[in-house]
Design a protein around this ligand. Sequence first.
Ligand code: MRU
Length: 346
Amino acid sequence: MIRTIEWTESGVVMLDQRILPGEETYLTFTDYRDVAEAIRALVIRGAPAIGVAAAMGAALGVKNSNAQTVDDLDAEFRTICDTITGTRPTAVNLFWAIERIRSLYERTKSLGLDAVRQALIAEAQTMHREDIEANKAMGRFGQALFPDEGCILTHCNAGALATAGYGTALGVIRAAVEAGKKIRVFADETRPFLQGARLTAWELAHDGIPVTVITDNMAGYFMKKGEIDGIIVGADRIAANGDVANKIGTYSVAILAREHGIPFWVAAPLSTIDRAMPSGDGIEIEQRNPEEVRKIGDTLIVPENVPVAHPAFDVTPSRYIHAIITDRGVALPPYTESIKKLFQND
Ligand code: MRU
């Protein structure tokens, strides 16, 4: 079992994803500001994992506060929440998680400081556990869409490392393999942070699932040769109409899939669906530091005087998506209706 993030007595422990696969190093965070920085710097990444880290970071901030009463804590709690939500704008799980913590804080305030502390710590751990359960449910629903045998392409890392465990897109792949299907995986390397080459390859190899890494620009070549039977990706935010924001390059893969008649699936928990966002047009796309593109490691690969752009995500319109696999079942087009139905018992 891959341990991505954990709440411990000594702090929030995270596997440092910046240095995988070369080094497997766990970092312990004892200050919420360092948790926020870890999210921003991609020590931990992937929408659901960011959500869990945010909740644990907020709980850590409250645990370590010097406030003597809840009233003393109020302003500091707002700063804690703002610092954490200020890290990455696209993954909606970050805002979802802090909203859940904020609402619990309001509901437990009248019980006093100790009760608030205990409630927030317990909630962050519950969110960790629920995320793994959601991934297992997605796996059960999603694996039924896969062929008994075949090659599945994925982009970025939507695996155990991007969640509390098991994964969304890679969770569906894991579930298919556990169900006896003979699945092989093509992993796009996913420039510039190389989540596919470094992380997806690492965790699938760890589980003994056959994986081949290709550079992002090879996907069309293999689709044209008939070597890819399906595509599955995760999501950072899904709008109410089914448009999906995910790692930059996902949109190109979806267009290629349409051209070649290959099914394109998205796997994401309900916490990734932003029902207040009518379409993908309104989703804020994180613009990251161009230096992450300009260099590979410490090696300069673009002349220093040439500008570099670095949008970290793109939006795939829902018309390219065959199904959205969630922890409450599979939503099919038209998504405005099927997504609404997923939430009808809330
Ligand atoms: O920049 P990242 O690595 O946080 O981007 C991650 C992705 O785009 C994932 O596909 C998405 O968050 C889903 S993770 C289950």
